[in-house]
Design a protein around this ligand. Structure first.
Ligand SMILES: O=P(O)(O)OC[C@H](O)CO
Length: 489
């Protein structure tokens, strides 16, 4: 029997499940789609029960692909999850008592503004490593408690649990009430320098300590996977990671100069943080993982809308997403710029008041120019973050890419041009699942650190074909459009 690792990637638009063999190859893969609910402008919710069911479906569909195949034995399970999205559930049975407020949800802008003073912003930034922003879990949990438990009676009673998707899923598996340290560092309640909840941050957001899980390293024995599938009875869950962090792990990004961009609904540009270098204020300081050697810090720039922009354009023009992406890829923007400030702008601006904007319209600008501008906006936003990253992480020679949109040659060409460096395309874009599989394999003894680093990572360096003048004109146009999107009236 050959040891395999099953890994689950619970993301915003789908839950994916992969099976990895002892050589690190993906031998099976399945996806279960998920809904998002938009009850009011700026509000984005998901249903926790639906998330759990999508996990079960993805595992079932993945294992069905190897049913009857001799020699497959699952030695361990890894779980990576979407980050920052937060909810409250009952300790007794793990059932949600609130909706999941998505990382994209902006309903807490007013609460943010009420809390914001220079001193508070500084304290929050120093302790949590993150700007005070509605994307992170703290404001979401404050809002949920104000709505569902204004006196904090349940929150203090021990009957309720609050946290991110990793802790919720572990609860459904029957694990102790724990959260993984990388996920915890995205709540804005954790002190990134101590790796534990920060009393002043808890007080600021009105979150009782009893409501929160114990913080756990990224590897260990979290639970057994019995509830996932009958074939997994007694199989341990050996690793948990935040999805973007897991992708960095899968790239083998163990040195600060190795920078990756995960392109998904939003986008995350991340590298391990070099010690002793002051970082650009547009970058977040976050805990990447604790793979057994203590918490490791990373720098990250979060982009709110990447694939989400293409989905919005597809809906606007009532086209299937694939057709919209195809049209965007073969069209020219002809000077049209689309700044996707649907929910303000994230890194490197962190401007909740920035607006969505289209500039450079002419009478001949139509659907195809807008589509092309939407695709270009992904490359421009990543390039803006790389400009900030260059000031914090010296020595970046190329940009490693993953996520669905990293399959798009036109996007890669623009990205390589805008950052003046090659981009690296991986053979399989599903790295958020692969990284946590690697860590589970390390814990299971399928490979050691040397073996993990030596695992084959099929990659392809893509240089840009864009002329320097074209790049300069496009970047110039974009920076003007961003300035307009950030203008205060
Ligand atoms: O669901 P994804 O893959 O778009 O990732 C969501 C991120 O973790 C949000 O920070």
């Amino acid at each position: 029997m050959a040891a395999h690792i099953l890994a689950i990637d619970q993301g915003t638009s789908a839950t994916k499940c992969i099976l990895v063999d002892a050589a690190g190859r993906m031998v099976a893969k399945a996806t279960a789609p998920l809904s998002e609910y938009l009850p009011l402008p700026g509000w984005v919710e998901q249903d926790a029960e639906e998330i759990w069911q999508s996990v079960l479906q993805a595992v079932q569909a993945c294992l069905a692909q190897v049913s009857g195949v001799p020699g497959v034995q699952v030695a361990g399970v890894g779980i990576s999850t979407q980050r920052e999205s937060a909810l409250v559930w009952q300790r007794s049975d793990g059932r949600a008592v609130t909706p999941l407020l998505s990382w994209q949800d902006q309903r807490t802008v007013a609460l943010r503004d009420r809390l914001s003073t220079d001193a508070v912003e500084k304290m929050v930034r120093e302790r949590s490593g993150l700007p005070l922003d509605p994307m992170f879990s703290a404001l979401k949990l404050a809002w949920l408690l104000d709505e569902f438990d204004p006196q904090r009676e349940q929150a203090r009673s021990g009957n309720w649990c609050a946290g991110t998707v990793d802790a919720y899923l572990l609860g459904r598996l029957g694990a102790d009430f724990v959260t993984e340290v990388g996920n915890a560092s995205r709540t804005q309640l954790l002190n990134v320098h101590t790796g534990d909840w920060d009393a002043d941050l808890l007080a600021l957001f009105g979150i009782p300590r009893q409501l929160l899980p114990r913080v756990h390293a990224s590897r260990g024995v979290f639970a057994t996977a019995d509830k996932l599938h009958p074939a997994l009875e007694g199989v341990p869950v050996l690793s948990v990671m935040a999805d973007s962090h897991s992708a960095l792990f899968a790239h083998g990004g163990f040195e600060p100069g190795q920078v990756k961009a995960t392109l998904g609904t939003g986008s995350s540009v991340m590298a391990l943080a070099p010690s002793g270098v002051a970082h650009h204020p547009g970058m977040c300081l976050t805990i990447a993982w604790d793979a057994g050697q203590g918490p490791v810090l990373a720098l990250e720039g979060n982009i709110r809308a990447a694939g989400a922009t293409l989905r919005w354009l597809a809906d606007l023009f009532e086209m299937p997403l694939d057709d919209a992406v195809e049209l965007a890829s073969r069209s020219a923007s002809n000077g049209v710029c689309l700044v996707p400030g649907f929910n303000g702008l994230g890194a490197p601006w962190w401007d909740t008041q920035a607006v969505g904007l289209v500039s450079g319209l002419t009478l001949s600008a139509g659907k195809s120019a807008l589509m092309a501008a939407g695709l270009e906006s992904i490359a421009h936003q990543v390039a803006d973050v790389i400009d900030a990253m260059d000031q914090s992480v010296p020595g970046m020679r190329k940009l490693y890419l993953d996520g669905g949109p990293s399959r798009n040659p036109r996007l890669l060409d623009m990205l390589a041009g805008y950052i003046s460096r090659p981009v690296v395309q991986c053979a399989d874009p599903e790295l958020s699942a692969l990284g946590v599989a690697h860590l589970a394999g390390l814990q299971a003894g399928v490979w050691d650190w040397a073996g993990l680093k030596a695992l084959a990572r099929a990659q392809n360096d893509v240089p840009s074909t864009l002329a320097a003048a074209e790049v300069a004109a496009s970047r110039h146009n974009w920076s003007h459009a961003v300035a307009r999107a950030r203008l205060r009236g």
